[in-house]
Write a protein that binds this ligand. Structure first.
Ligand code: GFB
Length: 355
C-alpha cells in the first residue's frame, strides 16, 4: 500500500547499460537489492536504441511485463505511476539527489553527472527530472545477500531522511548474481506479448513440436567474441561455464559457432527429440534459414523466423519452444534459458558441454 511504501522508501534507477538482455540481468539484481533494503522498487522503462536516432527511447516497463506477478515477490510500482502520484509530495524537485558509487565524468566536477550523455539524459528527461545534488555511496555495494552490507545501507540512508534513492545506473551486477537467477519466475510477459507469441505459434508452427534456436551473429558480436581469449567470464558466460568457471573453458565456438557446427548440433537435437516439425530461428543478423532448410529437408522439418524483427516476441516464442539451443555468452539467450529453467523446460548451448 502507498502508506507503508512511504514509510519504507523507494528505489529508482536508470537501466543505462547495454540492451535488453543486459538490462534484464540488472533488473533481477535491482529487485533483490530493493527487497533486501526493504524499499519499493520503482520499475523503470526499458531503454531502447533506434537505428540512426541520437537519443534513447524509453518504453514503459509494463509494455513487456506484468507488474502484478512481481508484486508476489516485493513491492513495486511503475515509474510512470510513481512520478504522477507520489513524486510531487514525497520527492519534491528541490530534493532530487542522484546516487552513484563515485563521481562520473561529465559537465560538472565532483558530481554523478546523472544526465550526461545518452541514455542518461534522455532517461531522466522522459520524466522531467533534474538533480540538485549528488551522493557518492562508495564503498557500499549492492550485494543483496550480504547482511552486513545491507545493514550499512539501512543505517547510512534511513528512509525517514532519504525517502528516495535514485541511482545513476542499476544497483546490481552484470551478469546477474547466481543467487538472483531464480527471480526470473516473477518476470512474466504482458498479455500483449504472450498473446502475440501464442498466435504466431498457432499460425506458423501447428501440428508438431518446435525447436527454438538463438543465433547471435551480428558484427558487434563477432567483435565481442574476440575477447573470449582474454576473459573466460565474458558477458553471460557464467550461465554455462559456472560462476567460478568450474565448468569451463569458454571457447570461440561457444560464442560464435560456425555455420557447420550449428547445422550439426541442430541435426543432433532433432534426432533426439520427438515430433519436431519446425525450427524457430531468432537472430540479430543472419538467421541461416536457407542453410537450415537445405540441411534438414529430408526430415520434413521447416525453418522459420519472425518478420519483421521483434526482439521481445522472439524471446517469448523461444520461451515456448519444446527445446532450445542458445548462446552461452549472450544475455539475450540467458533470458530465455532462465525463463525456461523456471518452467522446467529443457535447453542447451552451442558447443557446450564440450564433446
Ligand atoms: O539483449 P542484449 O543485451 O544481449 O543485446 P547480448 C543484444 C540486442 O541485439 C538485443 C538484438 O537486445 C536485441 O535488440 N538481438 C540479439 C536480437 N539477438 C536477437 C534476436 O535473436 N532477435 C532479435 N529480434 N534481436 C550484448 C550487449 O548483447 O552484446 C552489450 O547488451 C554489448 O551491451 C555486447 O553490445 C557486444 O548479451 O547478446
Amino acid at each position: 500500500s502507498v502508506c507503508s511504501d512511504e514509510q519504507t522508501g523507494f528505489i529508482l534507477y536508470c537501466p543505462c547499460m547495454g540492451r535488453f538482455g543486459n538490462q534484464a540481468d540488472h533488473f533481477l539484481g535491482a529487485l533483490a537489492f530493493s527487497k533486501a533494503v526493504n524499499r519499493t522498487l520503482v520499475l523503470p522503462p526499458w531503454v531502447e536504441y533506434r537505428f540512426g536516432e541520437p537519443r534513447s527511447v524509453q518504453v514503459p516497463f509494463d509494455t513487456y511485463f506484468k507488474v502484478a506477478n512481481l508484486e508476489e515477490y516485493h513491492n513495486v510500482m511503475t515509474m510512470e505511476n510513481f512520478m504522477k502520484d507520489l513524486a510531487p509530495s514525497i520527492w519534491p524537485k528541490s530534493e532530487r539527489i542522484s546516487f552513484c558509487y563515485t563521481q562520473r565524468m561529465g559537465e560538472l566536477e565532483n558530481s554523478c553527472n546523472a544526465k550526461s550523455g545518452n541514455p542518461f539524459g534522455p532517461f531522466w528527461d522522459n520524466f522531467g527530472i533534474e538533480f540538485m545534488d549528488s551522493e557518492f555511496y562508495g564503498p557500499l555495494n549492492y550485494d543483496a545477500h550480504n547482511k552486513i552490507m545491507i545493514d550499512k545501507w539501512k543505517n547510512k540512508y534511513p528512509s525517514t531522511t532519504w525517502p528516495v534513492l535514485a541511482f545513476t545506473g542499476a544497483p546490481a551486477s552484470f551478469p546477474v548474481q547466481k543467487e538472483n537467477v531464480h527471480l526470473q519466475k516473477y518476470l512474466t510477459w504482458s498479455d500483449d506479448i504472450a498473446n502475440k507469441a501464442k498466435l504466431f505459434i498457432k499460425k506458423n508452427m501447428s501440428g508438431g513440436a518446435f525447436l527454438g534456436i538463438h543465433l547471435r551473429n551480428g558484427q558487434d558480436w563477432v567483435k565481442a567474441c574476440q575477447h573470449v581469449q582474454d576473459s573466460t567470464m565474458l558477458f553471460a558466460a557464467p550461465q554455462c561455464v559456472g560462476y567460478r568457471n568450474e565448468r569451463g573453458p569458454l571457447t570461440l565456438s561457444m560464442c560464435l559457432p560456425q555455420p557447420s557446427e550449428i547445422i550439426k548440433q541442430v541435426k543432433r537435437a532433432l534426432k533426439k527429440l520427438d515430433n519436431v516439425k519446425y525450427i524457430f530461428v531468432a537472430s540479430d543478423s543472419n538467421h541461416m534459414i536457407n542453410d537450415l532448410n537445405k540441411a534438414v529437408h529430408h526430415s520434413e522439418v521447416k525453418a522459420i523466423k519472425l518478420q519483421p524483427s521483434n526482439p521481445h516476441l522472439d524471446l517469448a516464442i523461444l520461451g515456448q519452444a519444446n527445446y532450445f539451443i542458445g548462446n552461452c555468452v549472450s544475455s539475450f539467450s540467458a533470458f530465455v534459458k532462465r525463463e525456461r529453467d523456471a518452467r522446467g523446460l529443457p535447453s542447451e548451448f552451442w558447443a557446450f558441454p564440450h564433446r
